[in-house]
Write a protein that binds this ligand. Structure first.
Ligand SMILES: [Zn+2]
Length: 467
C-alpha cells in the first residue's frame, strides 16, 4: 500500500475537515457548562462533530457523557488506541488570520488547534479511514479516543477510563516526532516554615504564580534601611549579571529582582528571581525567622536545581537528572515562608525513599515537606516491539533516524498504560502550539497521515501466519 500516495489523493478532504473542526471555538467555558456540554458548548460541539464523522463513515462510535468519545474499527481481543483531543486553549490576541477560520496560506493552515491538537486528530482520523478503505485485514481493534478537556486538566480521559477499556497499546499524536517514550514523574512539593516567630526584619516576600515556570521577578518588603544595603545590593546584582531596584515605600524598603523565565522541565535555562533575592537577603539579615527562610532558600536552591541539599537528587540513563523548580515563593510576617516546587523526577526514581531522606534532612532546618500531588513517570521500554514498529515506520517515511526522546514535561500519552507520544510536530519545525498564528504545514499533515496509516496497519494488521 502506498500510504503517501493515498494521503495526497485526500489532500482537499483533509484540509476541508481540518477547517471545519478549527471553525468550532472549542474553548473551555465553565460558565455555560451543562450536562450536554460539561466543558461548555464549544468542546461539546467539536467532540460531536468528530463522532458524527465516525458515524457517517460507518465506524462504531461511543459518546461518554459528552466529555470524551471514541471511533472504532477492526476486530480482535486486543485494542490499539490513538489518543487525541479537540478542545483548544483560548485564541488570545495578535492573530494575522482569524483564529477560527482555518486560512490556508503559503502551504500552511492557520488556526487555534492547527497543531494542538485538531490537525493531528484529523490526520489520525483520515489514517484510520485509509486503512479501513484499503481493506487491510485487521486482527486488532483500533480506536480513536477523543477528549474534550485536555488543555484544562484531563477530566475527559479521567472520565473515559473510569468505564472504558484501556488499550493494550497506543500512541498520542499530541507532541513531537519521532517518539517520546519516557516522561519524568511530576510531583508538587511544598516546603513550609515551622515554629515561626516574627522578628520584624522581612515583612513580605513574593515570587511566581505557577510551579511549572521559573519566576522571573521577586519582591521583598523589609525593615532594612535602603541606604544601609544599597551598595551591597548593587554589587550583588553586578556579580550575578542581574537587574533590580530598591525603593522606599511607606517607611519600608522594597527590593525587586528580575530573573529569566523558563519552563520547570529545565530550570537551568532560566534565572530564578526568588533564589537571587533570597540569596541577597540572606547576606544582610540578622539571625531570626526571617533569615531562616532566606537561609533555606539559599541552601536548597541557591547553587543548583538538582535537589542535592534536600537529598532528592537522582538521575538515570533513560531520562536524565531529577530537577527542582522553586516556582512559587512566599513569605509573610504572620505565616513565615512557603516554597512550592515542581519536581520532575527520573523514571526509575525511588520516590518514597527519597522523600523520607529529604524529610530527615529537613530536621536540621526550620522547614517541613509535604507532597501535594504526584503524577507517576511514564515509560515504554526502548526494546519493546511496539516501539520498534513505530521507529521503522517513521524512518521509512522520513529517511531520518527515529531517536527515542525522554522529556521532563508530561504529554497526553501518560494516561495510556502502554503508550508513547508520536508526532505530530516534526523535528526542526517551530513549536507554535498555544501561540498567536498557530499553524500546521499542509505537507506535514499529509506526511503524518501516511505515517499513522502505516503504523495502524502494521500494529493492528493481521500478521503473516495469523489464522
Ligand atoms: Zn495538546
Amino acid at each position: 500500500m502506498d500510504w503517501k500516495e493515498e494521503a495526497l489523493r485526500r489532500q482537499e478532504q483533509i484540509i476541508g475537515d481540518l477547517q471545519q473542526l478549527v471553525s468550532i471555538p472549542s474553548v473551555l467555558d465553565e460558565s455555560s457548562a451543562s450536562k450536554e456540554a460539561p466543558f461548555g458548548p464549544g468542546p461539546a460541539r467539536a467532540l460531536e462533530w468528530m463522532l458524527e464523522e465516525g458515524r457517517r463513515a460507518g465506524f462504531a462510535v461511543k459518546d461518554i457523557d459528552h466529555m470524551a468519545g471514541h471511533i472504532e474499527m477492526g476486530e480482535g481481543e486486543e485494542l490499539l488506541g490513538i489518543l487525541c483531543h479537540v478542545d483548544v486553549v483560548p485564541a488570545g490576541a495578535n492573530w494575522t488570520y482569524g483564529p477560527f477560520e482555518g486560512t490556508v496560506k503559503d502551504g500552511k493552515l492557520f488556526g487555534r488547534g492547527a497543531i494542538d491538537d485538531k490537525g493531528p486528530t484529523i490526520a489520525a482520523w483520515h489514517a484510520m479511514k485509509m486503512v479501513k478503505e484499503s481493506g487491510v485485514p485487521l486482527s486488532k481493534r483500533v480506536r480513536l479516543i477523543v477528549g474534550a478537556d485536555e488543555e484544562s486538566g484531563f477530566r475527559c480521559v479521567d472520565r473515559y477510563f473510569k468505564t472504558e477499556e484501556m488499550p493494550s497499546v497506543g500512541f498520542a499524536p499530541d507532541a513531537d516526532f519521532p517518539i517520546i517514550h519516557a516522561e519524568k514523574g511530576i510531583a508538587s512539593l511544598i516546603f513550609s516554615q515551622q515554629s515561626f516567630e516574627p522578628d520584624g526584619q522581612l515583612l513580605k516576600f513574593h515570587a511566581g504564580n505557577r510551579t511549572n515556570m521559573v519566576p522571573d521577578q521577586a519582591t521583598a518588603v523589609t525593615n532594612l534601611k535602603a541606604s544601609d544595603i544599597a551598595e551591597a545590593f548593587e554589587s550583588f546584582l553586578n556579580i550575578n549579571s542581574a537587574s533590580g531596584s530598591i525603593t522606599e515605600e511607606e517607611g519600608h524598603t522594597k527590593i525587586t529582582v528580575h530573573g529569566k523565565s523558563a519552563h520547570a522541565m529545565e530550570p537551568d535555562l532560566g534565572v530564578n528571581a526568588a533564589v537571587l533575592l533570597a540569596s541577597f537577603l540572606n547576606r544582610v539579615l540578622e539571625e531570626g525567622s526571617s533569615k531562616e527562610f532566606t537561609q533555606f532558600m539559599f541552601e536548597a536552591f541557591g547553587t543548583e536545581t538538582r535537589g542535592q541539599f534536600l537529598g532528592l537528587s537522582f538521575n538515570d540513563e533513560i531520562s536524565g537528572d531529577t530537577t527542582l523548580n522553586a516556582g512559587i515563593v512566599e513569605f509573610t510576617e504572620s505565616a513565615g515562608g512557603l516554597v512550592k516546587v515542581s519536581m520532575r523526577y527520573s523514571v526509575t526514581y525511588p520516590f518514597n525513599d527519597k522523600i523520607e531522606t529529604c524529610k530527615n534532612r529537613l530536621e536540621q532546618t526550620a522547614f517541613q515537606l509535604a507532597v501535594s500531588s504526584n503524577s507517576k513517570p511514564h515509560h515504554v521500554d526502548a526494546e519493546d516491539p511496539f516501539i520498534k514498529t513505530l521507529q521503522d515506520v517513521y524512518t521509512e517515511h522520513t529517511g531520518d533516524e527515529a531517536d527515542l526522546l525522554a522529556i521532563g514535561g508530561g504529554t497526553y500519552a501518560r494516561v495510556l498504560e502502554k503508550g508513547v507520544a508520536f508526532g505530530m510536530l516534526f523535528p526542526g519545525r517551530e513549536d507554535v502550539a498555544h501561540q498567536a498564528d498557530e499553524y500546521v504545514y499542509i505537507e506535514d499533515m499529509l506526511k503524518a497521515t501516511a505515517i499513522y496509516a502505516d503504523a495502524i496497519s502494521r500494529l493492528a494488521g493481521e500478521k503473516k501466519g495469523d489464522q
